[in-house]
Design a protein around this ligand. Structure first.
Ligand code: OS5
Length: 231
């Protein structure tokens, strides 16, 4: 039977999952905790990576290589770029890019390194499942580009740069690194985020106020998706 990885970056992003799953077995590995569990008869492994691209890459690799996960779903919160996105709204990534990857001094575009790509697309069949789940539950799901970087963005200047350079709709600090790992290892992956802030001057305060509620919105949607994934 297949095994689905569900990862977040922060404890708050996986706690609502751990509250709802069954038969939890915790394993410590690589200075992190991994929770094997079942949900509605499906085998899953849950972990939070810690913040940023390096920790997220490590966790995604371990979920795939050590725990044998054959699909990976990321659940968490994000800063909004697209003005249509408000606190608590859900967005799925069509594709992800690294907004802080910069060797433009050599004539390359932002976000590009040789033998890599600026944007990595997520799995279409997982996106289709998400759209069906949204429709069934009367939820609005925005779809777009998510930009990742090792920065908590709290500035309209930086946000405008990311928007105009990558046409991104939301930003966060892990998704594109998970995309690189899953793409290289040929594992279908999916990134869902609920908005916690607007990456502007008030981002820090909004993030603190809405992390928990938005993380819960994302986690609940992910569990609905798990039910719809074929074993
Ligand atoms: O994982 C990081 C990225 N997440 C998405 C996000 C985001 N990314 C970039 N810019 C924005 N405006 C964003 N809005 C949402 C959220 C997360 C951001 S970094 C938050 C760090 C907050 C914090 N620092 N210390 N603690 C929490 C307490 C703590 C202490 C020990 C262990 C764990 C937590």
């Amino acid at each position: 039977m297949s095994k689905i990885a569900i990862m977040g970056a922060m404890p708050e992003e996986i706690e609502p999952l751990l509250e709802k799953v069954e038969n939890i077995k915790k394993t410590e590995y690589g200075k992190n905790s991994y929770y094997e569990a079942t949900y509605r008869g499906k085998n899953i492994v849950i972990a939070y990576s810690k913040i940023g691209k390096v920790f997220a890459s490590l966790t995604a690799t371990i979920l795939i290589e050590k725990f044998g996960c054959d699909r990976l779903l990321f659940s968490g919160v994000a800063g909004a770029i697209n003005p249509d996105l408000n606190i608590g709204d859900l967005i799925i990534a069509d594709a992800l890019c690294q907004h802080d990857l910069d060797i433009t001094a050599f004539g390359h575009p932002h976000g590009f390194v040789p033998e890599g790509e600026v944007c990595i697309a997520t799995d279409k069949s997982l996106r289709d499942i998400a759209k069906k789940v949204a429709e069934k539950n009367g939820l609005i799901l925005k779809e777009g580009i998510i930009a990742t970087g090792d920065q908590f963005v709290a500035s309209t200047d930086r946000k405008d740069f990311i928007s105009s350079t990558f046409q991104a709709d939301a930003l966060e600090m892990e998704g594109a690194s998970v995309a690189v790992v899953c793409d290289a290892l040929n594992v279908p992956f999916f990134v869902l985020r609920a908005i916690s802030d607007s990456a502007n001057d008030e981002a820090g305060m909004d993030f603190d106020a809405f992390l928990e509620s938005s993380a819960k919105i994302s986690a609940e949607f992910i569990l609905n998706m798990v039910e719809s994934i074929e074993p």
